[in-house]
Design a protein around this ligand. Sequence first.
Ligand SMILES: Cc1cc2nc3c(=O)[nH]c(=O)nc-3n(C[C@H](O)[C@H](O)[C@H](O)COP(=O)(O)OP(=O)(O)OC[C@H]3O[C@@H](n4cnc5c(N)ncnc54)[C@H](O)[C@@H]3O)c2cc1C
Length: 504
Amino acid sequence: MTTEFKGQTIPPMHTGGQGAVTGQRFLDRLRQNPPTLYIDGQRVADPTTHPSTRNMCQSLAGLYDLQFQEDLKETLTYEDGGKRYARSFMVPRTKDDLRLIAESHRIRANYGLGFLGRAPDYMNANVMAAGAGAEYFNGCSAAVPGDPKRDFAANMRRYYEYVQGNDLCLTHALTNPQVNRSKMASELPDPYIALGIVEETDEGVIVRGARMMATLPIADEILIFPSTVLKENADKSRYAMGFGIPTNTPGLSFQCREPIDVGRDPEDHPLSSRFDEQDAFVIFDDVLVPWERIFLLYDVELANKAYAGTDAVLHMAYQVVNLKIAKTEAFLGTAQSIVNAIGSGGFQHVQAKIAEIIIMLEIMKALEVAAREQAEPNDYGVMTPARAPLDAARNYYPANHARLPELLQLLGASGIIMMPSKADREGPLGPQIAKYLQTGNANADERLRLFRLAWDMSMSSFAGRQELYERYFFGDPVRMHSALYEVYDSSEAVARIGEFLQRK
Ligand SMILES: Cc1cc2nc3c(=O)[nH]c(=O)nc-3n(C[C@H](O)[C@H](O)[C@H](O)COP(=O)(O)OP(=O)(O)OC[C@H]3O[C@@H](n4cnc5c(N)ncnc54)[C@H](O)[C@@H]3O)c2cc1C
C-alpha cells in the first residue's frame, strides 16, 4: 500500500524483484531516489554526480557488475525459482553453502582490497539471518500473528524478500548520539535525542531522534535493527524498535562527515578516490515508518537479544572475517612489493616484519576455517558459523590492525612520503624524477604508484579513518571483550586445573 506523509509518497515494498542487479541499475535507482544526504551544508541532489560521492557510486556499481562477470557469476550469485540472487542472500543449509558464501565475500572484498568496510554483502548477511529467523520477531510482546500490521515475523520475512529480490544496498545505524554516556537515553535533556517511538497512527509508527553513525549512507535503505542499546531502567520501551525504510523517507536526513575523496587522480589517491564509503549522522525528524516495515516495538528484552537471537551477528561476523583476510592480504602484497622494490628483503628485521603480517593473516584464515568447520544449524535450520572463533576474530583484529599501517611505514620509510604526483612526473622535473626515483625492479612511474598505495593504506586521511573504523566498527572493544568473557565457557579448563591441583 502506498502511504502519504509530509506531502510525499512512501512506496510499498515490492517483493517480486528481478534478483541480482547490474551497476547501471543500481546507479539509476540512486538517481531516481537519492538518499537525503547533506555534505558541507548542501543537500546532495544526485550522489551519482556529486564530486564527493560519484566515485564511490561508481565503485559500488563496479561491485554490482561483478555479479554478471562470466567467470564470477556462479560464485557471486545463486539460482532460486528461475532467478539469480546475490550469494550473500542465500540461506546456508550446509557447510558447503558457507564455503561458497565465504568465497563470494572474499571476491567482493578483494575488489576494494578489503578497504570497503560496508559493501552491501555485510547488511545482506544481517537481513538474510533475520529473514530466515523471522519467527523470532513474533516473540515480541507487541506482535499479533496474522494481523495485517503487527505480524512482525511476516513483516521481517517480506523485508528480506524485498531486499533480496531487488538486490538493494543497505546502511544501518545502531548507536545513540554521544551526548552523555553517564546518563540513560531517557535522562537526557530531551527524551528524543536518542531515536524513540513518538506515536502510532493508522499508517504506521512515528519515530523521532538521531542515531550516531551510518557508514555507506549512499544506499537504498536504512535498517534500524534492534540492538543492545537499552541497558536502562526507566521508560526504555520507547527506544526498543526494529524497522527498515528507504533512505529518502520524508523527515529522514543523513549529515555526512567531511569527504575524504577530494577529487584527485586515482593514480595519486588510489583508495581515497575510489572507496570513500562515507559515514553519516542520521536524523529522524518525525519519520513515519509504515506498518509493513516494522519488525519489533517496545519489547526491550527481545530488542536487546535480536542480533544473537537470530544469529545475524554471526553471519555478519563471518562476512567480516573474510573481509579482513582480504585486507590483510592487501597489506602483505603491498609490504612485500615495497621490499622487492627497494631491495631490503635480505635484512632480518625486514623479514620479521613481513612475517608479522603473515602470522596475522594465517590467524584470521584459521579462525574462518574453524568457524565454518564447527558450524551447526540454528533453531531456524540455518547453518551458522561457530561463535567462539568469530568472537576471537572480532576481538583480535581491532586490537592488532593498527600494526599493519605501522609496518608499512617502517618498511617504506621516506618512500611513503617522497612521492611526486602524476602531474609532477609529467612536469618540468619529470626526467629527473624518472632517474632518481626508479628502483631495482621498477621505473619511477611504477614505484610511485606502489608507494602512493602504501601511503593511502597507512598515512593519508583515508588511512586515518580506516584506523578508527577498525577500532570501533563492530562495537566498543572494551565491551566486546567483556561480552566474550561473559559468554565463553571456561568451565572445562577450570575443572582441569582443579583436578591438577588435587593430584598427589
Ligand atoms: C568509522 C566508524 C564507522 C562506523 N560505522 C557504523 C555503522 O555503519 N553503523 C553503526 O551502527 N555503527 C557504526 N559505527 C559506530 C560503532 O558501532 C561505535 O563507534 C561503537 O559501538 C562505540 O560506540 P561510540 O562510538 O558511541 O562510543 P562511546 O560508547 O561513546 O564510547 C566512547 C568511549 O567511552 C567508553 N565507554 C562509553 N560507555 C561505556 C560503557 N558503558 N562501559 C565502558 N566503557 C564505555 C568507551 O570504551 C570509549 O572509550 C562506526 C564507528 C566508526 C568509528
